[in-house]
Design a protein around this ligand. Structure first.
Ligand code: HXC
Length: 273
C-alpha cells in the first residue's frame, strides 16, 4: 500500500539525513494528533522512531496513529489525555514504557489559542491557555524526565514568535509561550549534566494549521501576506518537521537551551511604514 503523505513526501530531512537515524528510538509527543506536532511525529517515524501521541480528541488521535503507522511502517500508539491533568500524562508514559520500554525524545506541543483583545479576555480564558501551554509543558516534563534521563534524550518545546513583540489579541498565548521558553532554558541547564538536551522550536505562521486559520479569520489578505515573508512564502509543516529531525539528531548534540525560530526570517522583517 502506498504510504499516505502528510508532509511533503520529499522533505529535506529524508534526502539529507539517513533513513534510520532514529531506529530504536521512542518519541513521546503531546498534541501529536494534528497539525504541526503530527508532522513532527511523522518526520521522526520516517527516520525509524516509534511514537506515542497524546491528545484530547480520541477519534482524531486514533485515526492519526493508524495513518502515521501505515505511512511510515513504525508503531504509533494513541493515548487520550489532557496535559492539564498530570495523571493522564503519567498514564500515557506508563503505556509508552509498556509498549516500547523507553522514551528518548519528547515534543511538548499541546497548545490552545484564540484571538481576543486583552480587554475582553476573561480570567478563565487567560488561565485556560496558561494551563494548557505552560503548565501542560511542566506536567509533561515531570512525567517523562526520569525516562529521558535514562536514555540521555532530548526535549523540543513548540513555542511561538508572538511574544517577542506585542502581538495584538494574543496576550494569553504570549504569556504562556514566554513561560514555555523559560522552562526549556532551565531544563537545559539543570539536565545538561545528566545528558539531556532541551530546545525550543518557534514556528512562525505555518500554512494549513489551526493557529493560522484562526489568524486568517481576522482578514489578513494574500497580498499583505506576500509582503511578510523574506523567503517568499509562508512556512509549512514540513519546514518545522525538518528542523525537528536536525535538532533531535546527533548533528545537534552540542545544541541545548536554544530557541530556533522556523519562520523564514519573518520576525526580522520591519515594515517601512
Ligand atoms: C474569547 C474564549 C474564546 C474566544 C474560548 N474562550 N474561546 N474567549 N474568545 N474565541 C474562553 C472561554 O469563554 C472560557 O472562559 C475559557 O476560554 C475556556 O474555554 P473552554 O472552551 O471552556 O476551554 P476548553 O474546552 O478547554 O478549550 C480550550 C481552548 C480551545 C484553548 C479554549 O480553543 C482549544 O481547545 N483549542 C485547542 C486547539 C487550538 O487552539 N489550537 C491552536 C493552537 S495554535 P469563560 O470566562 O467564558 O469561562 C498555537 C500557536 C499560536 O497555540 C501561533 C499562531 C501563529
Amino acid at each position: 500500500m502506498a504510504p499516505t503523505a502528510f508532509i511533503a513526501p520529499q522533505t529535506a530531512s529524508t534526502s539529507v539525513f539517513k533513513e534510520d537515524i532514529f531506529k530504536g528510538k521512542v518519541l513521546f509527543c503531546t498534541g501529536g494528533g494534528s497539525g504541526i506536532c503530527r508532522g513532527m511525529t511523522e518526520a521522526l517515524m520516517r527516520h525509524g522512531a516509534s511514537a506515542t501521541i497524546v491528545g484530547r480528541k480520541v477519534d482524531r488521535l486514533t485515526q492519526a496513529a493508524k495513518e502515521l503507522s501505515e505511512a511510515t511502517g513504525q508503531k504509533c500508539i494513541p493515548c487520550q489525555g489532557d496535559v492539564r491533568h498530570p495523571k493522564t500524562l503519567q498514564d500515557a508514559v506508563a503505556k509508552t514504557i509498556e509498549a516500547f520500554g523507553r522514551i528518548d525524545f519528547v515534543i511538548c506541543g499541546a497548545a490552545g489559542n484564540f484571538l481576543v483583545p486583552i480587554a475582553a479576555l476573561s480570567e478563565n480564558g487567560f488561565k485556560t491557555v496558561i494551563e494548557i501551554d505552560t503548565i501542560g509543558t511542566y506536567n509533561t516534563i515531570k512525567a517523562t524526565l526520569p525516562h529521558v534521563r535514562a536514555s540521555k534524550g532530548a526535549y523540543i518545546h513548540v513555542s511561538a514568535t508572538l511574544h517577542y513583540r506585542g502581538t495584538p489579541y494574543q496576550a494569553h498565548v504570549s504569556a504562556a509561550k514566554a513561560g514555555v521558553d523559560a522552562l526549556s532554558a532551565v531544563l537545559a541547564v539543570e539536565e545538561g549534566p545528566h545528558g539531556v538536551r532541551s530546545n525550543v522550536i518557534a514556528p512562525g505562521p505555518i500554512a494549513g494549521t489551526e493557529g493560522v486559520d484562526r489568524l486568517e479569520s481576522k482578514g489578513t489578505g494574500a497580498d499583505a501576506r506576500d509582503m511578510l515573508y523574506p523567503l517568499g512564502r509562508m512556512g509549512s509543516i514540513a519546514d518545522v518537521a525538518n528542523a525537528t529531525v536536525w535538532l533531535f539528531s546527533g548533528a545537534a548534540e552540542y545544541v541545548t537551551g536554544q530557541v530556533l525560530p522556523v519562520d523564514g526570517g519573518t520576525e526580522h522583517l520591519r515594515a517601512l511604514v
